[in-house]
Design a protein around this ligand. Structure first.
Ligand code: 9G3
Length: 569
């Protein structure tokens, strides 16, 4: 391809609103342009990379026995009403009316569409298992789109769905696709971990997320320093064995704590460490008010709270709602004398506290020397806190450390959640009707592209891994006005193209400095520079990743390039 014919609008500077490297570099190297907040155009270079990532996904999904199809982005609301998700999803689900005023969703995912299709077309166990996938645009109206392709409102996803007549069959497919994902992210050269995840609103049981390790990742991974245990912090169980303190119980006392609001302020004022205080937060769990009590040095894990109540929505109650029912504001809440309509639940660690402080449910007052069981009741103790670095690993081996991750894949064992609500059944060999057992499996394809740039860049620009680079070779003619340079570069371009090598030919009338800077930004793995020594047939080869460069005569060029392309990353 000749750059003089293409659209590759490179930028010298980082655009103001681009905060992370992948967002900055994809804009500066002319791979994407923003059309609206969270909505992007893929320019030719970006589209070529997207296609290569998709091809690797396709190869591995086909290998795993999945069959590609394509579903519509426009989804009739009726299907989402069958599963009840038309109402459980809020403004994030983009909706519109057609010319007849009928309601539609723009597809955020396709469980409803695929299940209604399979319900209509499959009715016998003989047709199962069935594994279908698509690579298609998804729409999710994120409240705060940010970080370029990492969190967009329109993005490319590979989503697969499997249908089974037994959980053994589901397990087999799940494992095949889990392995296909490992192959995909390995072939892409990504530093990833498969972590145990929380199935959240999807119901079902097993689920894993594929995380690319990155400091800009929004997810936190809790992993063991002595085993391959790794889990999304949202669900990582706490297995700490708290020791029973033998400190004698003291008389409970009410003390004034004027204007002391936060845990830290109260602990400071009452002169005790954080863990000798109780933190009480008021949540709305669906329509139930729940006061969640943790030790002062722990944080409430709202996902664990949600799972404890099997709730759809969990959010912090507002201060006025809290004051109305508790008679006090956020800084003075506690588990003593709580009105009936409020559930009080506590993290396991609270059971082992002795002589601690807690809010008195009266502004500006706290109790000290409070002891669980003696001074307050809880509806139940449960694992309700986030795991912390240094906690014992849930698999019993080593201790927990944290890492940030970008979620690029997520696989779920759904079970019959969707097939029951949509009545997608099959007849088994005894002629009995059963709900199909399902799995679903996603990869954020455009997000994966951004994750690649996060992992593969240096101070000069992107350093694409060979298999996904937009081109294999970048050919620069430094001065196209000089015949010997232009003729040699033209010849090299034709020869390599004939050999099936993908060449981006910078044939523009630009200064050498501009060509070098653009080439470093765009990040094609191998650069050929035709310059001053073109007359003698010598060109310069440069490896974009290592920076190594040397002079090569045009007669050896093809051999050197083949050697470079065959070299494993
Ligand atoms: C929605 C909106 C956002 C959503 C969903 C639905 C996430 C939703 C979970 C999944 C599960 C799997 C198939 C591929 C792999 C992931 N965000 N999820 O269902 F309406 Cl607005 O998408 N789907």
């Amino acid at each position: 391809m000749k750059q003089s014919e293409m659209l590759i609008p490179t930028l010298r500077e980082n655009p103001a609103d681009a905060e992370i490297k992948s967002h900055q570099l994809l804009l500066r190297a002319g791979f994407i342009r923003q059309t609206a907040s969270g909505i992007y155009s893929f320019l030719p270079l970006g589209k070529r990379v997207l296609k290569k990532v998709e091809e690797i996904v396709r190869e591995e999904m086909d290998q795993a026995g999945a069959h590609e199809m394509l579903m519509p982005a426009l989804q009739p609301s009726e299907l989402w009403k069958e599963t009840g998700r038309w109402n459980t999803f809020g403004p994030e689900l983009m909706r519109l009316h057609d010319r007849h005023q009928r309601e539609f969703a723009l597809g955020a995912t396709h469980e409803e569409v695929i299940t209604s299709l399979v319900r209509d077309e499959v009715s016998s166990y003989k047709k199962l298992p069935l594994v279908l996938y698509q690579i298609q645009t998804k729409f999710r109206d994120e409240k705060r789109p940010r970080f370029g392709l990492l969190r967009g409102r329109e993005f490319m996803m590979k989503d697969a769905y499997s249908f089974h007549d037994s959980y053994e069959s589901l397990d087999k497919t799940y494992e095949k696709i889990y392995n296909a994902y490992s192959n995909i992210f390995t072939r892409l050269g990504l530093n990833f971990r498969a972590v145990i995840a929380d199935s959240g609103a999807m119901g079902g049981k097993d689920t894993h997320e594929f995380m690319v390790l990155s400091d800009v990742g929004e997810d936190t991974i809790a992993y063991s320093d002595q085993s391959d245990y790794a889990a999304n912090i949202e669900m990582a169980p706490v297995v700490t064995e708290y020791e029973q303190s033998d400190e004698p119980l003291k008389e409970m006392e009410k003390v004034a704590t004027p204007d002391q609001k936060t845990m830290a302020e109260v602990a400071e004022y009452l002169n005790h460490p954080l863990e000798k205080g109780l933190k009480s937060l008021m949540f709305k769990v669906d329509d139930q008010l729940v006061l969640v009590v943790t030790r002062g040095d722990h944080d409430v894990n709202d996902v664990k709270l949600k799972n404890l109540y099997q709730a759809s929505i969990v959010e912090l109650a507002s201060e006025e709602e809290t004051r109305q029912v508790m008679g006090a504001g956020f800084g003075s809440l506690g588990p003593i004398n709580v009105p009936e309509e409020v559930d009080v639940v506590a993290d396991h660690a609270v059971k082992y506290t002795v002589n601690v402080s807690c809010g008195a449910n009266e502004d500006g007052y706290h109790y000290v020397n409070v002891n669980p069981e003696r001074d307050f009741e809880v509806k139940q103790f449960a694992d309700l806190r986030f795991i912390k670095e240094g906690d014992p690993s849930p698999d019993g081996k080593g201790t927990i450390k944290f890492a940030r991750g970008i979620e690029v894949g997520h696989v779920f064992k759904l079970g019959t959640v969707y097939s029951e609500s949509m009545n997608a059944t099959y007849l088994d060999q005894n002629g009995k009707s059963n709900p199909m057992i399902m799995g679903c499996y996603g990869i954020g394809v455009s997000r994966t592209l951004a994750a690649l740039v996060e992992q593969y860049h240096d101070e000069d620009g992107i350093t694409w891994p060979h298999h996904v680079a937009p081109f294999q070779v970048h050919l620069l003619a430094l001065n196209v006005k000089k015949d010997e340079q232009k003729n040699l570069a033209d010849t090299i371009y034709e020869t390599l193209t004939e050999q099936g090598i993908e060449v981006l030919y910078d044939d523009r009338k630009e200064r050498a400095g501009v060509k070098f800077a653009d080439s470093d930004l765009i990040g094609i793995p191998l650069r050929i520079t035709v310059g001053k020594r073109a007359g003698e047939g010598y060109v310069e080869l440069k490896d974009r990743k290592t920076g190594q460069q040397d002079e090569v005569h045009e007669s050896e060029l093809s051999a050197r390039i083949q050697k470079f392309l065959n070299k494993e990353q």
